[in-house]
Design a protein around this ligand. Sequence first.
Ligand code: FES
Ligand SMILES: [Fe+2]
Length: 429
Amino acid sequence: MATRAPFLTTRYGGYHHRDVPQEDTELTHVGPGTPCGEYLRRFWQPICFADELRDLPLRVKILGEDLVAFRDFRGAVGLLELHCPHRGTSLEFGLISERGIRCCYHGWLFDVDGTILETPGEPITSTLKDRLCHGAYPTHEYNGIVFVYLGPPEEQPPFPMYDSFSRPGYRLIPGPKYSYPCNWLQILENAMDPIHTAFLHTIVSGSQFTDEFGKIPELDFAETPVGMIYMATRRVGDNIWARMVENVLPNLQQVCPIWENGHQEHPFSGPMMSRWIVPTDDTTTMLIELRHVSAAPGATPAWWANCDMAPGQLPADTYEAGQRQPGDYEAQVSQRPIAIHGLEHLGATDRGVIMFRQRLRQGIYAIQAGQPLDGLCREAGKLIPTYCNDTVVRVPPAPTAEEDQHLMRTTGRKLAESYLAHPPLLNGH
Ligand code: FES
Ligand SMILES: [Fe+2]
């Protein structure tokens, strides 16, 4: 199978361009044993909200694995292989118990760590339960979200604490959880593709955020210790508005306020949202948000604290409405169930997408070589610096458009470099 389509140079040349190359399996396939699947499994991943675990078991799927989640009467959270090890009945029909979950078919009882506590139909002398375990994964609850570690037990890292999670004057609330019928990578790459905020979200579909997003930004990108940021700088009167969105390896993005318009000078704003992009399988992805809500009245809009959906994120109400005013959902899902990199023609504005893919590949290769992973913190409780923010500074325009573009880029770059040298959130901003 071809990995790249030919660069088509003939008019009316569709006939020469019909072969569809295979997807980039190294970055897009996530099941057990795949390169990217093994990489993603080295990091804690969100699986559901804590309050979804009530009186009935919850069937879940992550990275192609079918699992059941539950909270037993003691309060312990279990995440087990979906199918009972006896004869395969799904534990989504099980009975949550004082300790663990009991299969509905023949009553085997499983603790949250996979210990088989009872095999009630077996002879009293049976030692089967003492010799066998059921598949289980460790979980961790944080701010209303249940996280799971799906990797090799001996490699389990501590739960990561980013500096944006403990910011003075802000609280974290669980936001919406939703699903896109496409591969995880094209959703995450969107955050390193800042020019789409001008086209998709403003010029094409009308202002989905603020009108100022419609100015074509100057673009720059920088690696951080745990991922990368983009710097999109825009001229707003006598101000330069620098917007920095962040991808934290491997699949967390931090997005700054979409209500920003660049008119008021202000320092580093921090993120409005931390959102994990979690593959359910190769062609379905869960997005789950933690929202950053300021304690200062009016600093974050009421609709944000109420967990209303941000504009442009869900599918339009009808197909026609989606054609008339497409948003992120239409743009990303329509790239195909798995976007085909061999059909792309990347340009100067795609530098962030290219950089992000490179960083993922480095992580995948590091695992294969047994080397430490960027973005994986091994020190429990250590605050990990992050850099997502808007900053608006008063810098009057340069005499020519070209000089002003240069001024915007250098202003954004200098701000980013100063934040990378002294992370504002880590220093109590
Ligand atoms: S299939 Fe679960 S106990 Fe028999
Ligand atoms: Fe978007």
